[in-house]
Design a protein. Structure first.
Length: 165
């Protein structure tokens, strides 16, 4: 029963995070597109509307090719499917690991929806000297860090168990 409640909570959490991501993107588009950057912490943090037609950190910027948008949607969908499959396979894992997967799926889904519906991802959070990003990107990074910590902790625990055996 508790496992089922956790599953429902994680599903709602994932959907709420996708909704939050898209609500902030719509707000950024309407409030910042014509107005320009808004300094929240001058010299450190701005809100700045941007349309990202490339990958994270603009990794494919130097490779202009026809069909780039379709390629990015396809790769994004494959990534989302892979993370979702990994989550399904680890569905009996700890609550913290489940939350990490929920963050990853929510972030990936938020950005995939942007690519499919708009042809680009809306970014709007700008920390100076760092690429501009959005709520989905924060969820992806938080989920990846959390999953890495859980995985490293599990590996360490397994090594300790082997040492005792």
């Amino acid at each position: 029963m508790a496992r089922r409640a956790l599953s429902w909570f994680l599903l709602l959490f994932t959907l709420a995070l996708v909704g939050c991501d898209h609500a902030t993107k719509v707000a950024a588009q309407s409030a910042l597109d014509r107005r320009g950057p808004v300094a929240l912490l001058p010299g450190l943090l701005d809100l700045h509307y941007a349309e990202n037609r490339d990958t994270a950190f603009s990794l494919l910027r130097a490779l202009p090719f026809a069909g780039k948008a379709a390629f990015l949607v396809t790769v994004s969908l494959i990534g989302l499917l892979a993370v979702s499959l990994a989550w399904w396979r680890r569905r009996r894992a700890s609550t913290v690991e489940q939350i990490a997967y929920a963050l990853l799926v929510a972030g990936a889904l938020g950005n995939v929806l942007d690519r499919v519906l708009r042809g680009y991802v809306i970014d709007f959070i700008e920390i100076h000297r760092w690429p501009i990003f959005n709520v989905a990107d924060v969820a992806i990074v938080a989920g990846a860090v959390l999953l890495a910590v859980v995985t490293l902790g599990r590996a360490r625990g397994e090594r300790l168990e082997e040492g005792r055996g």
